[in-house]
Design a protein around this ligand. Sequence first.
Ligand code: PHB
Ligand code: FE
Length: 325
Amino acid sequence: MPETKATDQKANEYGYRSFLLGKFRFERDEYFAHLAWPDGSHTIQVDAFLRALMRDISWNFFYGIVNFDGVFGTTNHYGNVDVFAGLYNAGYTNQNKQYVENFNSEQVRDLFAAMLDDWTNEGFDPFAAPAETGSPFGSKHGSNRAAITRKRLVAERMVGLAGDIAKRSDAAGNPVNRQFVDVNQDEPEVHAEPGFENEVHAFNFFAYVSRSDVTWNPSVCSAVKESQVCATTEEFMLPIIHGNDRVEWFVQLTDEIHWDIQDRDTGVPRARVIMKPGDVAAMPADIRHQGYSPKRSMLLVWENNDSTLPELYAKKRLKPNPVDF
Ligand code: PHB
Ligand code: FE
C-alpha cells in the first residue's frame, strides 16, 4: 500500500505541517497550497484548496470526479480513489505529463482530514460563503474543528419523519439566513387517515433550506429507493469542478446560478447555462461543471444513487444525455 503520512511533525516557518500521499507532497504557506509529484508541481490559492478539500472529504469523494481546479483532483471508484494531476487536462495528457496514483478511500480521507485540520485557521469556515466567514490566510493561528467536522445530512426517508433528520428551527440553532428573511416559514398541515400516520408526510422545503448555514453542500432531504432529492443553498462559486459519472438533474428554486459546462475529460468548453427560478436542467453524464451564484440561491439536485450507472455510461450502454430536444 502506498505510504501516507504527515511528513514533518515539526511545522514549517508558517506553522503548518507538510503531508505525503504516495508520491504526492502537500505544503502550505500564508496564501497557497503547494503540490508536488515526481515530474511536476502546482499551486492553488489556499482558500480555494481548503473549500475543495472540505467537500471531497465530507462527500466521501462524491460521484465521479472532484477537480479542485483544472489540474488536481480525485476520481471516485467507490472503495478506492485515484488522486491525479493533469489527468483531465488536454495540455498535460497531450504531452503525457499526467500523474495518477490509486489508494483505498479511507487512506486518502484520513490524510485529507488531517491536512484540513492542520491547515484551517480559527475563524475560517470552508463551507461558509465568503461574506459569512473569516480569512484562511496568514501563518497558523488556532483551528476550527466544529466547522470542519460537520456531518453531511442524509435522510433515510424524509426530513422531519420520526427517527429521521430533524426539521430546522430557531430553537435547534438554525436561524433563517440573512438572504432568506422573506421565505415563508409556515409548515403544511398533514391529516393522515388512521393507520397511515407513518406513510404520509410533508414539510416546508423552502423553510428548511432557508435555514442552511452552509453553501454548495447538497443534503439528502428525501430518498425513495435510489432516487435522492438533495437541497442546497449556493452563494459565490462551487469550490470544485464536478466531473459527472451519471446524469444529474438541477431545479433552480430561487435566484440564479450561472454554470460553465465543459467536456469532462479534456476541459474543452461546451456550454454556459444561466438558470433562473423554475428552470430545470439535466446535466449529462460526460461533462464537468462549475456553478456561480451571485446571490444566495436555492438549488434542488436530483441524484440517482444506483451504483451500476458509472459502468453503464462508461461502456456506452446508456447515452450521456437523458433527453433529446
Ligand atoms: C454538482 O456538482 O452537481 C453540485 C455540487 C454541489 C452543489 C451543487 C451541485 O451544491
Ligand atoms: Fe455535478
